[in-house]
Design a binder for this molecule. Structure first.
Ligand code: ADP
Length: 179
């Protein structure tokens, strides 16, 4: 059982690889309901991240101009244990299309099975963001597409630099194979 804090705090977990305007919208709306939001970057074993944890934390910090109501944390263990440490039962998640629902439903149910006091609060995606995912944004950006309407300005720059970095790496590898 979690002892409630007088101040309402929620945890928003995710990969944020990288932060998109969809995530930003969810954070802003969560801050209208909760006094504090802890963005928790989790190790997701299904995905190999393009941006390092440090890079992702930096991009989130810059995008929110270090809002004192926001905290950014990297978590390694179970989310429900982290929620317990933080003394909050509230987890925030975003919902886009129906395809998100099945996975999010399972995740919320699993977390409640692990700790029955945990409640997941869902925010529906904003109408401008329903098609946005970190995966698609990376795909478009790495093929040279314009993602400036989809992610914060600092992320646009980071995607450009990452594209160059990956291209240079690929060229060096191709050269090494050619030798
Ligand atoms: P995860 O790997 O945990 O799904 P993501 O960073 O992809 O991490 O997403 C974190 C949360 O934000 C998820 O609940 C996801 O559904 C939500 N989310 C991602 N993009 C959007 C969006 N465009 N609109 C609303 N919610 C979103």
């Amino acid at each position: 059982m979690i002892t409630y804090l007088a101040m309402k705090k929620a945890i928003y977990p995710g990969s944020f690889d990288p932060l998109t305007n969809g995530h930003v919208d969810i954070v802003k709306r969560a801050l209208q309901v909760f006094d504090r939001v802890v963005i928790a970057l989790s190790h997701n074993h299904d995905k190999s991240a393009v941006f390092s944890f440090e890079e992702r934390v930096f991009l989130i910090q810059q995008s929110f101009k270090e809002d004192p109501r926001l905290e950014i944390v990297i978590i390694k263990g179970l989310l429900v244990d982290f929620a317990h440490e933080q003394r909050t039962p509230f987890i925030v998640r975003g919902l886009r299309a129906q395809s998100d629902f099945e996975y999010e439903f399972q995740l919320a149910a699993m977390n409640r099975c692990l700790k029955p006091c945990i409640d997941t609060v869902f925010f529906m995606t904003g109408s401008d963001n329903y098609f946005l995912s970190s995966r698609l944004v990376k795909e478009v950006a790495f093929l040279g597409g314009d993602v400036s309407k989809m992610v914060p300005a600092v992320v646009v720059e980071a995607l450009k630099n990452k594209r160059l970095e990956l291209e240079n790496k690929r060229e060096r590898r191709d050269d090494a194979i050619g030798d």
